[in-house]
Ligand binder design. Structure first.
Ligand code: PLP
Length: 406
């Protein structure tokens, strides 16, 4: 049976000319002899060999093929090939979480004695990896202002091997010039690593702007419906093979079931990002006109300091905004507690809109001084805008406003 239908025309689609939306639906899929249309989930830990000699050859890497699912798994590979196609990278390595992607990238590409320059405005746990975990292994990090190129330049040392950033930043939507930072990194023989979680490749492709590695928390927009935890690193094969070496050895690999959920998420990525972005822009413009709102932070607003850069670097402005209410923590909490549709949770990148008070949740471990430096005021509220009807979201924010304006 398999010989007849399992020829090369059948194997998968010819995607050599395909655009983003097509790749998001089809890249990486290889049909099995069962002729399935949807991607199968290979929930298997190990694989069977035709003979002892076949086993020996696959273990030695003399012939390709699966050996064990900590090394390779067909469903995970489909996810890796699809995300590599979307990010325009040579190779991707899937991981158990976004943090595993970041840690594995550092373990693979750095060694004791190396130095990192990292944006101050990165995910809190990412700061902890650099500040706490890697320091134990004699890798030092200097934290700098994301949007100030002089502060990056000033922090570079002879042993700097990596520049790390997220753009746009969370929750203030600050935007850094990836091309400029890639040039700076390369002048000093360092790598530029970009966490592209907030934009996804649908809005921004850092590798095409000169970045060396893109990392993701697939947990967020790539899944898009808040179901699974996962991550991925993408870049040149020469670098990704090093990352793969760490994953295979240390073990933070992605489960086949999660890879399948992320594949399904990627199929709707373009559509979802369009709606996330149009909803967020509409809500930002509306909030900016309301009494009781002091400032709205969203790069889509012409008033945002990096609006022009974001417009040129990204396809749209993303699905996360933040704003300051008049008053402080009490008013921010009253606003949040008066909402009835959105969810009070710190997660983001979900079809369901979420609302959170950064100063007492995502940024609560910072000292009050560090929080002030980072612009995380007690009056600040973050909204990760989902896919609900925009009028329902405005009505919910109006409930929040009514609670503080009374
Ligand atoms: C959530 C997040 C991470 C961590 O990802 P996990 O999947 O939770 O490990 C890293 N970077 C950014 C920007 C995130 O939002």
């Amino acid at each position: 049976m398999s010989e007849q239908i399992f020829d090369s025309d059948w194997y998968g689609s010819d995607l050599s000319e395909a655009e983003f939306a097509t790749l998001a639906v089809r890249a990486g899929q290889r049909r099995t002899p069962e002729t399935e249309h949807a991607e199968p989930i290979f929930t298997t830990s190990s694989y069977v060999f035709k003979s002892a000699a076949d086993a020996a050859a696959r273990f030695a890497g003399d012939i390709p093929g699966n050996v064990y699912s900590r090394y390779t798994n067909p469903t995970v590979r489909t996810f890796e090939e699809r995300i590599a196609a979307l990010e325009k990278g040579e190779q991707a390595v899937a991981t158990a979480s976004g943090m595993a992607a970041i840690l594995s990238t550092c373990m693979a590409l750095l060694k004791a004695g190396d130095h990192i320059v990292c944006s101050r405005s990165v995910f809190g746990t990412t700061t902890n990896i650099f500040d706490k975990v890697l320091r134990k292994f004699a890798i030092d990090t200097t934290f700098v202002d994301l949007v100030n190129i002089e502060s990056w330049q000033a922090a570079i040392k002879p042993n700097t091997k990596m520049l790390f950033l997220e753009t746009p930043s969370n929750p203030l939507s600050e935007t850094a010039d990836i091309r400029q930072l890639a040039e700076l990194a390369h002048q000093h023989d360092a790598l530029l690593v970009v966490d592209n979680c907030f934009c996804t490749p649908a809005l921004q492709q850092p590798l095409t702007l000169g970045a060396d590695v893109v990392v993701h928390s697939a947990t967020k927009f790539l899944d898009g419906q808040g179901r699974c935890v996962g991550g991925v690193a993408v870049g040149r094969s020469e670098l990704m093979n090093e990352v793969l070496g760490v994953i295979r050895t240390a073990g933070p690999c992605m489960s086949p079931f999660n890879a399948w959920v992320f594949l399904k998420g990627l199929e709707t990525l373009s559509l979802r990002m369009e709606r996330h972005c149009s909803n967020t822009l509409a809500l930002a413009e509306w909030l900016a006109q309301q009494p009781g709102i002091k400032t709205v932070h969203y790069a889509g607003l012409t008033s945002h300091p990096q609006h022009e850069l974001a417009k040129q670097q990204q396809k749209a402005f993303g699905g996360v905004l933040s704003f300051e209410v008049t008053g402080g923590k009490a008013e921010a909490w009253q606003f949040i507690d008066a909402t009835k549709v959105v969810s009070i949770t710190a997660n983001l990148g979900d079809a369901k809109t979420t609302i959170t008070h950064p100063a007492t949740t995502t940024h609560c471990r910072l000292s009050p001084e560090d929080r002030a430096n980072a612009g995380i005021k007690d009056s600040l509220i973050r909204v990760a805008v989902g896919l609900e009807a925009i009028d329902d979201l405005k009505a919910d924010m109006a409930r929040g406003l009514a609670a503080i304006n009374k």
